[in-house]
Design a binder for this molecule. Structure first.
Ligand SMILES: *Cc1c(COP(=O)(O)O)cnc(C)c1O
Length: 364
């Protein structure tokens, strides 16, 4: 006899984060976790530093300064905002509060892995909706809704594919969901998207009682190490999660840096411009090499490799790693022959393209 966890936990495949090591003596270009190449806003760094005086005092359990800053920038009421230790915490809290053992939650075939992990951690059933061309399919999701469906997770745009659903599709999905089902719109990459038919979901949350939107400071704001995320939702849902979260779930540096970062709009714009330029350039270069790239609106691309000996994703990964370019294997996401590459600095993007050119050339 030994201690056994509750049913579901041992069905979880542990999350494998992006690698972060290059061989000794080789310059590291970490393009494996969709981090920004521009770092955080200097104002955010300064705010975090200032928070280091007073470490003996508990942080503000309401994260009021951060909530107010988010509310101001996005034009929201603070009552509808809940901050989290990364948006991962909020995704977990949604499962903790709304899924009982045997309940169902839907995510799409190549959806973000945290959903699957958190659903199973509740002993609930992860129902997987197939995608079309690596893009979520609203009809496939709706076909899988049952009276047991409590949550529908949709990353828009999705990681690791970079594809998105136009907002009329999100509205069509919501309109057909039962009232007892929460639609979770994970808009971790919203700031990068430059499409007229895209919306992160703010209006839909405001107009309805069963939609929430999650956002993160880990990507365009460059605060991944501090762990800051937030959720916008109906007060009824916000107050449910608020009861269950840790009383001091955000640390003081995270609160201060997040509030400063979101107010620095010029910095965000600069990061979005950098991404738009290099996303287009990198995609074009890799396609010119004959690789297939899934069209992305995020800060990363999914690159598909030939199914030929020595030319597969695993071979490319080994070749790139030796040269210091760390991309992400995405076998766990259902893409055994693809790598996900984050858009990095000019140097990193050019270097990765050069290395892939050499790889396809036979390693010369
Ligand atoms: C990176 C990412 C997040 C952010 O997670 P944090 O916990 O806020 O760092 C959330 N959703 C998706 C789809 C992501 O790719």
């Amino acid at each position: 006899m030994r201690p056994e966890p509750i049913p579901g936990i041992l069905d979880i495949e542990p999350y494998v984060p992006g690698k972060s090591k290059a061989p000794a003596g080789v310059k590291l270009h970490k393009l494996s976790s969709n981090e920004t190449p521009l770092g955080a806003s200097p104002r955010a760094i300064e705010a975090a530093r200032a928070a280091l005086t007073g470490l003996e005092v508990y942080p503000d359990g309401q994260a009021s300064a951060l909530k107010s800053a988010i509310a101001e920038v996005h034009g929201l009421r603070t009552e509808n905002i809940l901050c989290g230790n990364g948006s991962d915490e909020l995704l977990g809290l949604l499962c903790q509060c709304y899924l009982a053992p045997g309940d169902e939650a839907i995510h799409s075939e190549h959806g973000f892995l945290v959903y699957n992990i958190q659903i199973k951690a509740r002993g609930a059933v992860a129902v997987i909706a197939p995608e079309t061309n690596a893009t979520a399919n609203v009809d496939a999701i709706l076909q899988r809704v049952s009276h047991k469906t409590r949550l529908v997770f949709l990353a828009n745009p999705n990681n690791p594919t970079g594809t998105y659903l136009p907002f009329d599709e999100i509205r069509r999905l919501h309109a057909a969901l039962p009232n007892h089902t929460i639609l979770v719109l994970d808009a971790a990459y919203a700031e990068y998207v430059r499409k007229n038919d895209y919306a992160a979901g703010l209006e839909l949350v405001s107009e309805t009682q069963n939609v929430v939107m999650t956002r993160t400071f880990s990507k365009i704001y460059g605060l991944a190490a501090l762990r800051v995320g937030w959720m916008y939702g109906p007060e009824a849902i916000v107050s449910v999660l608020d009861r269950v979260r840790g009383p001091f779930n955000l640390n003081a540096a995270a609160i201060a840096a997040g509030a400063a970062a979101i107010k620095d709009r010029a910095f965000v714009e600069k990061a979005a411009d950098h991404n738009a330029e290099w996303l287009a350039w990198t995609t074009g270069q890799l396609e010119a090499l004959g690789l297939t790239v899934t069209p992305s609106v995020g800060n990363f691309i999914l690159v598909h490799f030939p199914d030929a000996p020595g030319r597969r994703a695993a071979d490319a990964d080994a070749f790139l790693t030796e040269r210091g370019f760390i991309l992400r294997r995405v076998t766990g996401y259902g893409f055994p022959n693809a790598l996900r590459m984050s858009i990095g600095s000019e140097e990193a993007n050019r270097g990765a393209v050069d290395a892939l050119t050499a790889f396809l050339d036979g390693g010369r």
